[in-house]
Design a protein around this ligand. Sequence first.
Ligand code: CAA
Length: 384
Amino acid sequence: MEFQLSEEHLMIQKAARDFAQNDCLPGVIERDEKQQFPREQVMKLAELGFMGMMVDPAYGGAGMDTVSYVLAMEEISKVDASTSVCMSVNNSLVCWGLETFGSEEQKLKYLTPLAQGRKDGELYIGAFLLSEPEAGSDATSQRTTAEDMGDHYLLNGTKNWITNGSSASVYLVIAQTDASKGSRGINAFIVEKSWAGVTVAAKENKLGIRGSDTHTILFNDVKVPKENRIGADGFGFTFAMKTLSGGRIGIASQALGIASGAYELALAYSKQRKAFGKEIMHHQAIQFKLADMATRIEAARLLCLKAAWEKDHKMDYTLSSSMAKVFASETAMWTTTEAVQIHGGYGFVKEYHVERLMRDAKITQIYEGTSEVQRIVISRSILK
Ligand code: CAA
């Protein structure tokens, strides 16, 4: 067993840390307040090769491993979880699904610019459209329909909570093609935002990750060419589940980063803030909080890295990615709350960053499968 990171991993980690400090930290509070999409930051991520980190260079990617992805996600999420979620969705939900299950034509047409994060010099990213007003955790209850019209499908319905909803150019849309077949009557389609009948509707005003753009997307008689279906007929639900298993490694790493960012701020603050005649780090009440934070964060990191390692070794990582996600997201919520507590009143104001990290932490327990859904996946796996 090897716990040491390679030279290459350390270089990627440093590149992500430098990017977070130099490109994300300036303006992060204002972007959160104004709900401003981090366009410049995502363009820079594309330059760094971080929008298609794990994609084969033959399709425009950086050819890195999943361990590198976890390291980069942690560093960026320490500072700016709104930027890191755009990166996570594009890498794990969009590029991975297309590279693994897409046809050669789909890869050349869509994956290559998506992995590069740009096309003709403009931002070019993707979104994953599974959730609906009445199909969240119960993802098989899809109401969006794609009717087979012979040479094309006709797409109708509503998707919501869509990360990158307005900034994405390409949507991977999950829709029902045959209600009588249940989860086997679901397909996944590549849909371009610019097509007739696609409407980017309401933008959500959110508690956290306020810089990322979350929208409702409407489809009204959208003609989807047959060649834009991903995989064999009826493969859509399996496509969504397999894609989400990798996505959960990304969100677990985001949660890990939010937790470690809050911990680092609380540690630094405890060394300079004095109370009762000494720096607060000398009080056992603070020391025990810091000790628990450090321990939980290390456990979350190991779970994330194990899931990534299994994915890199072509093993089944469904169980470990759910374990990583539930544990890291609960660690993020607990750690950020304690970091605010350590900061006292200063923790409650924006300049100290921990209140934002606490708000950002909450969504990691909800999106890409709630903590309850992760426990369903885990218990089914251990009980089968
Ligand atoms: N890999 C492959 N196949 C899988 C699978 C997996 N991980 N999980 C399930 N399947 C297959 C099953 O084998 C089954 O196939 P058969 O019918 O052929 O046997 C089929 O899919 C249906 O599975 P279940 O019977 O297990 O389905 P279920 O209704 O009990 O639901 C669930 C299971 C785990 C709760 C699932 O619905 C789920 O994961 N829900 C949460 C959805 C989710 O994560 N949404 C997040 C939205 S995306 C997002 O947040 C993105 C963003 O923008 C940030």
